[in-house]
Design a protein around this ligand. Structure first.
Ligand code: ATP
Length: 250
């Protein structure tokens, strides 16, 4: 089915059609849940209102996200069904650029879907995929939703959680982790709970965080720490909301 997508890149809605295609393919492969289709539709509406581009403020958040991941002792990239369908290779590249672990973490966890996503990530170059042991817990969530790996998300200091459910984003924040959230909705609880909210399409955000990580890799910890300290998450959310409410779609 991957070959069936033959829309030319010059098509004005190329990225949006490619996104839909990847999500549809993800559902067919057993990677993405049907709920993932709804999440995709919701994201697409916000992306349209944001002008389907990376704003200056999102780019700044992506730079800070890269700095946080580089500074971390144990960074983990959390991957759900939509993330695996949309940016599998890009997640592997980001993990390599920042020394992060990759962990599959599902809202609707089934062993089959966990395995299918881990296989899909390995096909895209991942060496090690965590999340299958489920020997750790996120406190404050019901049993299934709380499952994580003890040597993965449970012991991470910085976690990238793209397209995450609000409850889990809040619970991870309550565990004292620095959370980087990628979410096109600046009003979602996940984005609001984040130390670094990245209001951008994951398709653009992940490669851009990697590019920033590459550019920042030679910088001192002090320089990276200043970047992180000077970042204002509320201002980033407010800038995105302002674009959505008052932006010029033309
Ligand atoms: P919350 O519980 O945080 O209020 P929600 O119930 O809206 O969130 P979901 O329906 O699970 O959350 O949707 C996931 C989120 O992912 C939505 O806010 C949506 O805007 C966002 N999203 C969907 N597709 C993308 C994408 N391609 N890039 C970035 N964000 C996306």
């Amino acid at each position: 089915m991957a070959d069936e997508f033959d829309v030319p890149e010059s098509h004005p809605r190329y990225e949006s059609l490619l996104t839909r295609h990847r999500i549809e393919e993800g559902v067919e492969k057993g990677i993405t849940s049907k709920q993932g289709l709804i999440a995709e539709g919701r994201g697409e509406a916000f992306d349209y209102l944001l002008g389907e581009r990376t704003s200056e403020s999102a780019d700044e958040a992506e730079r800070v996200a890269a700095a946080s991941l580089l500074l971390a002792d144990h960074p983990v990239l959390s991957v759900n069904g939509n993330v695996a369908a949309l940016v599998p290779g890009e997640i592997v590249e980001l993990a390599e650029a920042t020394g992060a672990d990759i962990e599959v973490n599902l809202f609707n966890r089934t062993e089959e879907r966990m395995e299918a996503i881990a296989d899909h990530l390995r096909e895209h170059g991942a060496d090690e995929v965590k999340g299958l042991k489920a020997d750790g817990r996120i406190p404050g969530l019901d049993h299934e939703r709380a499952k994580v790996d003890a040597d993965g998300i449970e012991s991470a200091d910085v976690v990238l959680v793209p397209l995450e459910d609000g409850d889990r984003a809040e619970a991870l924040g309550a565990m004292g982790k620095t959370e980087i959230v990628i979410d096109l909705n600046p009003l979602s609880r996940s984005a609001q709970a984040a130390a670094v909210p990245v209001v951008d399409n994951i398709l653009r955000a992940v490669p851009n965080i990697t590019a920033h990580a590459d550019a920042l890799s030679e910088q001192s910890d002090a320089t990276l720490e200043t970047l992180v300290e000077e970042f204002d998450p509320d201002a980033a959310l407010a800038a995105a909301e302002d674009t959505i409410r008052h932006g010029d779609l033309a």
